[in-house]
Design a protein around this ligand. Sequence first.
Ligand SMILES: [Zn+2]
Length: 352
Amino acid sequence: MLLVLALAALLWGIGVVLGLSRARRWGMVAGLLCIVIALHLILPDGHVVREATGQQAALWIALLLAGFSVGAYGFLLSRLRARARGGSPDPAPAGPFSESELERYARHIVLREIGGAGQKALKDAAVLVVGAGGLGAPVLHYLAAAGVGTIGVIDDDVVEATNLQRQVIHSDRKIGMPKVQSAAEAMTALNPFVTVRPYHRRLTPEIAAELMADYDLVLDGTDNFDTRYLVNAAAASVGVPLIAAALTQWEGQISLYHPAGGTPCYRCVFPERPEASLVPSCAEGGVLGPLPGVLGAMMAVEAVKAITGAGEGLRGRLLIYDALYAETRTMRIKPRADCPVCGGPERGRVDS
Ligand SMILES: [Zn+2]
């Protein structure tokens, strides 16, 4: 037995002379013990080598196992200490993002106003987009690209040839396909790290509020007053902020409506449906192809700002863009006491 201990001490000394690490020196001692155990198992009882090394293998096996236990404990302890110091021994970046996502969102993360915290807020956010048409197309593309974690899209239309002049999320081979399916395919092809929830159906008063309650923000890109009033009333009733834009021919407008946050709702600003002759639909009056691209991209910008808290959004302000004369103007908007949706005694009532 003393012979083995002497050999172990000798190996340790050689390790020190050679400048080997403690782990390697312990490895050499463990190797020696393995050889001794093997000799005990191979050689017959009473063999001179077994007599000189303690006769029984059990002692050495117990010693080896004890050594391994102490080593494993020490390794775990050092990992925990490194983590407590904040310096993980693993050089891979910790946090909610994979390496691929960090690379994808690098240009956001370097922005002081967004950074890692803002990108995490985008990943955690759920945004509902009503309409996958002219405004919905750029909105959905940019929200997916920006890394909004959950994007719902509701629309009951199918892709038609007349859409493709401006609804750039769809493509020629998708004519006849539900717009939400076409948009979902384009979005996940662009960014596989986002979850898209397509709802191929019309938004109705029966489902609107319940659907919106699942989301942090609603974006309205629909093209008629009935649906806009419905979206506004439902979003107001569940207290979810609404970014709504609308356009005609050469002009568009956009704002963020959030009566629960003290701003007017859409109905405060547009209390009455205008005469149909004053606001022709895209089909009747025509619309400049890139115009929904401008307004839709603005909606995506305001959505990213609302989610990350960057800058100053359009709360209480209506932005108007006149494409024909390349002019923008912004006007203050105020809640109306007699608003049937958000003001007066019927505050919070869902009214479509
Ligand atoms: Zn209102």
